[in-house]
Design a protein around this ligand. Structure first.
Ligand code: ZN
Ligand code: FE
Length: 251
């Protein structure tokens, strides 16, 4: 499978996997036009759509794509049923698309029904994990999001994380406001700043890297614990995750 990203709106990415035979899978098509252009340019035959959650910047293009390609199967959580999902999937399900098995796991937090799709090495995590950061808690709690991050963190080191937004630069600015001396954060920030100055994508990102530069995956890190302890004493990883999330809300 080959991985492609199609920029949409201000900072969304619509991910597309395609097989050498031209069949393709589209993830979170918030708008149809750029997807249709890519399909035509590559002569792809769309086989399925994956939806991670119900927000419009992820589902807005589904109806138009279904009109053009009526055989498309649209897999999504129950919250996307009225947004065009034709096959509702949930935690523990697996679906076969492009001849590959994808497992579905529940990652509530950003929305209550948010799901991720995983077929090694690809993880489509929507608005759950962003490079260097974490999705906003629109519907769920920090505790739910923490559990969702634990599921992602349990995947193999070389997992290719495909997030739905280009938020990396802002996330690294936030991370450096917490740990200004951290070497991994500073190095990654420099690299990301260079890429963005050239208007290049910072995604996808490898989980092994993300474990070094995403503070939301570093809630056991001694330096981070020291910083938090200067303000408050939090014994548990989950509470430190919530502390980080609320700091980011006010950043
Ligand atoms: Zn969203
Ligand atoms: Fe989004």
């Amino acid at each position: 499978m080959n991985l492609n990203s199609i920029p949409a709106f201000q900072d969304n990415y619509i991910w597309v996997l395609n097989n050498d035979d031209g069949r393709c899978l589209i993830v979170d098509p918030g708008e149809a036009a750029p997807v249709v252009r890519a399909i035509e340019a590559h002569s792809w035959q769309p086989e399925a759509i994956f939806l991670t959650h119900h927000h419009n910047d992820h589902v807005g293009g589904v109806k138009e794509l279904l009109q053009r390609f009526p055989d498309l199967v649209v897999y999504g959580p129950a919250e996307t049923q009225d947004k065009g999902a034709t096959q509702v999937v949930a935690e523990g399900d697996s679906v076969v698309v492009l001849g590959h098995e994808f497992s579905v796991f529940a990652t509530p937090g950003h929305t209550l029904g948010h799901i991720c799709f995983f077929s090694f090495p690809y993880l489509f995590c929507g608005d759950t994990l962003f490079s260097g950061g974490c999705g906003r808690l629109f519907e769920g709690t920090a505790e739910q999001m923490y559990q969702s991050f634990c599921k992602i963190n349990a995947l193999p080191d070389d997992t290719v994380i495909c997030c739905a937004h280009e938020y990396t630069l802002g996330n690294m600015k936030f991370a450096l406001s917490i740990l200004p001396q951290d070497r991994a954060l500073n190095e990654y920030y420099r690299k990301v700043k260079e890429l963005r100055a050239k208007n290049q994508s910072t995604l996808p990102v490898i989980l092994k890297k993300e474990r070094q530069i995403n503070l939301f995956l570093r809630t056991e890190d001694d330096d981070l614990i020291d910083v938090i302890n200067q303000e408050t004493n939090l014994q548990h990883s989950e509470a430190r995750f919530a502390w980080l999330r609320s700091k980011k809300d006010n950043f």
